[in-house]
Design a protein around this ligand. Structure first.
Ligand code: GTP
Ligand code: MG
Length: 647
C-alpha cells in the first residue's frame, strides 16, 4: 500500500513521515535551506516479509501543487495532515479536493504539532477538519493527534497504518504493465533510472517496454520494488527501473513505461468532467492546466454534451480509459475540477455526433465487460476490439467480445464486436444497395466487394466488411459469382444457346491465351451468326466470366490476370509500365499491347501518365498481381465470424 501525504505548507507532513519511517525525505539542499519541501519524497516502512508500506511525501506550498498532483496520482491512501495551531488552510482544502478528484477512497487524518497547543485547541481543530471532510472519502476516517517532536500519538498512527496495509486489497491490478514516471536520473556506473508507481500488471528484469508517449523501446536491466532490489515489481508497488537503450534526457516525470502492446500517444482525449459545486466554471475553449497521472500540460476544454468534454492538449501525452485527470485554471492557482478519461484516441471529426455521444455514454459503464457490451450496441460500424483493449488496457477483451451477445468477427487483420442491431442494419444496407443496383443495371450481374463497401458502408473497416459479405453469402442472402456480388433473385444468366456458345468459345480463348481469336473467327468456327456470338460473349463479360478488351476481342480472366501480373512486374522493376516494355514482356504485338494497357486504364488497374503507366494502389487487380496467393484462396481462408451464444 502506498500512503501519500496531503496538507498545507509547514503543517508537518515531512516531519511526520520521518517520525514514522526514520527517513528525511527533504533531501535537496534547497529544501533543507528553506525548510520546505519542493519535490516529492519517498520512504518505506517494512512491515513483514510480505508487506511494505510506501510513503510519498508531497510539498504543501501553493506553487508546487503540480508536484503534489504528480505524487498523489499513484497513492492508495491519503494522510491528510493539519497543524493543530493553524487549523484548516487553503492547501488543506485543495489537496483534499485533489485526492477526491483522483478517486482516492481511503485515508486518515493527522492533527500535528499538538505539543504547541492545548487539548481544547486540538479538539477544536479536529472538529474543523471533520466539518471539512463531510461528503468526501475521508468522512468518518480515523483522526490521530500527534507530535512529531515529542513522538506523542505517533505509535498509534503507526500501528493503524500497518493494520490497514496488511488488510489492503488492491483493485487496480488488471491489465498490462504501466508505470507512471515521477523521477528520472542517472546513477554513475548504473545508467538511467526511473521511479514511479506501478499502475497495473508487472515487470520483470529483462522485459522490453516502451516509453509513452514518445514510443521509445527500452529494456529493463534491473529493478527495485518498494525500496528493495527485486526480480519483479507488481501493481501497487513503488518501483525503480534501471533502463537500457535510453538516456535520462529521453524520459521525464509524466512519461509512462508501458507494455509495448498498450503504448500510445495522444493530443486529445474524451472524458467526463465534474466541477465541484463551489462555482468553478471552465469557459468553453479557455486555456487550462491538465494533469493526468504524473503528466502535466495545458489544453482547452471543448464541451461535447452534458458532463462530457474533449480535452484538446498542447502537447502529446499518454493516458488510458479510466484514468483520472485534474484541471487547474490558466494561472495554475486554483483546482477547478476533474474527471475520468473515456477515450484517449477520439475521432477528430463528428465528435458530437449522436452515435459518438452514445459510444461515450457506453464507455461510462463501470466494467470493461459492460463497456464493451454497451459500446457494441451503440456503435453502428462495430467496435474495434483491439483498439478497445489498447485504449483501456483491457487484458481479456477478446474473451469478453466472444462471450457477449453480439457478433464477434476475427480475421488476420482485425477483430470486431458488432451488436445485433448494427449487424442487421449493415446487412440491410448491403441488400438495399444491391437491390438499387440491379434495378438500375438490369443487364449487369452485380458489383464487386469494394464497390459494395463504398456504396453501402463506406466507413466500415475493410476486413469487417469482407467478413460481413462472407456471412451473407454463407446465409444465402447474397451470391457471388466470379467476384461479382448479386442478390439471389437477380440473374443475368445466359440463355441455353448463349451458354453453349460461350462454353465452346472458352477453350478456344484459353488456347491462344494472349492472342485470342476475334469474334468473327469464333462465329465461323462455331457456325453461329456473328451478332449472336458477340451478344453471348458480351453477356458473359458482364457477368465477369470474360474481359472485353476491344469491341470484338474477349480475353479469359486467367490471361488477363497473367498480363496484369507482368505489368506489375514491369512497374516494380522500372517504376512505370511502358508500352514497348510490356510488348516485349508479353510477346504480343505493339498494337495489342496498347489495347491491353488501355483496357487496364479503363478498369482502373493502371493510370496513364504521359508515355508511361503506373499501377493504381487499391485496385483489386493490384492486390491480385502482387500477391503470391490466388485471390480466391485468400478469400476462403480469411475471416471467421461467429455469433456468440447468449450469455
Ligand atoms: N513543535 C512541533 N513542530 C513541528 C512538528 N512537526 C513539524 N514541526 C515543525 O514544523 C516545520 C515544518 O515541518 P515540515 O514537516 O517540514 O512541514 P511540511 O508539511 O512537510 O512542509 P512542506 O513540505 O513545505 O509543505 C518544521 O520546522 C518542523 O520542525 C510537531 O509535531 N511539533
Ligand atoms: Mg514537507
Amino acid at each position: 500500500m502506498i500512503v501519500g501525504t496531503a496538507g498545507h505548507i509547514d503543517h508537518g507532513k515531512t516531519s511526520l513521515v520521518r517520525a514514522l519511517t526514520g527517513v528525511d525525505t527533504d533531501r535537496l539542499p534547497e529544501e533543507r535551506a528553506r525548510g520546505i519541501s519542493i519535490d516529492l519524497g519517498y520512504a518505506y516502512l517494512s512491515i513483514d516479509e510480505a508487506h511494505t508500506l510506501g510513503f510519498v511525501d508531497v510539498p504543501g506550498h501553493e506553487k508546487f501543487v503540480h508536484t503534489m498532483l504528480a505524487g498523489a496520482t499513484g497513492i492508495d491512501f491519503a494522510l491528510l495532515v493539519v497543524a493543530a495551531d493553524d487549523g484548516v488552510m487553503p492547501q488543506t482544502r485543495e489537496h483534499l479536493a485533489i485526492t477526491s478528484i483522483l478517486g482516492i477512497c481511503s485515508g486518515a487524518i493527522a492533527i500535528t504539532k499538538i505539543d504547541t497547543v492545548g487539548a481544547a485547541r486540538v479538539a477544536e481543530c479536529e472538529r474543523q477538519v471533520r466539518a471539512l471532510v463531510v461528503g468526501t472519502a475521508l468522512e468518518g476516517a480515523p483522526a490521530f493527534a500527534v507530535s512529531s517532536r515529542t513522538g506523542e500519538g505517533v505509535a498509534a498512527l503507526d500501528a493503524f497504518l500497518r493494520d490497514v496495509a496488511v488488510g489492503f486489497a488492491r483493485t487496480r491490478s488488471a491489465g498490462l504493465f504501466r508505470l507512471a514516471v515521477d523521477r528520472s536520473f542517472t546513477l554513475p556506473g548504473v545508467g538511467t533510472i526511473v521511479t514511479g508507481t506501478v499502475y497495473s500488471g508487472e515487470v520483470h528484469v529483462g522485459d522490453r517496454m516502451t516509453v509513452a508517449p514518445a514510443g521509445l523501446a527500452v529494456r529493463v536491466r534491473g529493478l527495485h520494488a518498494q525500496g528493495k532490489r527485486a526480480e519483479v515489481a507488481i501493481a501497487g508497488q513503488r518501483c525503480a527501473l534501471n533502463l537500457a537503450q535510453v538516456s535520462r534526457d529521453d524520459i521525464r516525470r509524466g512519461d509512462w513505461i508501458v507494455d509495448p502492446l498498450i503504448a500510445l500517444s495522444t493530443d486529445r482525449f474524451d472524458a467526463t468532467l465534474e466541477l465541484p459545486a463551489d462555482g468553478a466554471r471552465v469557459p468553453p475553449g479557455s486555456e487550462v492546466h491538465v494533469h493526468v497521472a504524473a503528466a502535466h500540460t495545458t489544453g482547452r476544454i471543448v464541451p461535447l454534451a452534458d458532463g462530457l468534454v474533449q480535452v484538446v492538449l498542447r502537447g502529446p501525452l499518454a493516458c488510458w480509459r479510466g484514468d483520472r485527470f485534474v484541471v487547474r485554471d490558466a494561472s495554475a492557482t486554483r483546482t477547478l475540477g476533474g474527471g475520468t478519461v473515456l477515450d484517449p484516441l477520439p475521432p477528430l471529426r463528428y465528435r458530437r455526433a449522436v452515435a459518438r455521444l452514445a459510444a461515450l455514454r457506453a464507455l461510462q459503464s463501470l466494467s470493461p465487460r459492460a463497456q464493451l457490451a454497451a459500446l457494441a450496441d451503440a456503435a453502428i460500424n462495430g467496435v474495434d476490439v483491439r483498439e478497445f483493449a489498447r485504449t483501456g488496457n483491457v487484458l481479456d477483451a477478446s474473451r469478453l467480445a466472444a462471450s457477449l451477445a453480439a457478433r464477434h468477427v476475427v480475421t488476420a487483420h482485425c477483430e470486431f464486436a458488432v451488436g445485433d442491431g448494427a449487424w442487421n442494419n449493415l446487412i440491410a444496407a448491403a441488400i438495399s444497395a444491391l437491390d438499387a443496383f440491379h434495378r438500375e443495371h438490369a443487364d449487369l450481374l452485380g458489383m464487386d466487394r469494394s464497390r459494395l463497401r463504398r456504396i453501402a458502408f463506406p466507413k466500415l473497416d475493410a476486413g469487417l466488411s469482407g467478413a460481413l459479405v462472407d456471412t451473407m453469402i454463407a446465409e444465402g442472402l447474397v451470391c457471388e459469382s466470379a467476384g461479382i456480388l448479386h442478390l439471389p433473385g437477380h440473374d443475368n444468366a445466359l440463355t441455353g444457346q448463349e451458354r453453349a456458345l460461350v462454353d465452346a468459345a472458352i477453350p478456344r480463348l484459353l488456347q491462344r491465351r494472349f492472342d485470342p481469336p476475334w469474334v468473327r473467327d469464333l462465329a465461323q468456327d462455331l457456325r453461329s451468326p456473328e451478332a449472336v456470338m458477340r451478344g453471348a460473349l458480351i453477356r458473359a463479360a458482364k457477368r465477369g466470366e470474360l474481359h472485353q478488351v476491344v469491341r470484338d476481342l474477349f480475353y479469359h480472366p486467367g490471361a488477363i490476370d497473367e498480363l496484369a501480373r507482368r505489368a506489375f512486374e514491369l512497374e516494380h522493376e522500372h517504376g512505370e509500365v511502358l508500352a514497348a516494355a510490356f510488348r516485349d514482356r508479353t510477346g504480343i504485338g505493339r498494337k495489342r499491347a496498347i489495347q491491353i494497357l488501355e483496357y487496364f486504364d479503363r478498369i482502373g488497374y493502371t493510370r496513364r501518365i504521359r508515355d508511361g503507366r503506373t499501377i493504381r494502389a487499391g485496385s483489386p487487380f493490384a492486390a491480385k498481381a502482387c500477391s503470391p496467393v490466388p485471390l480466391a484462396a485468400e478469400a476462403r481462408s480469411a475471416p471467421g465470424v461467429t455469433a456468440a451464444p447468449a450469455p
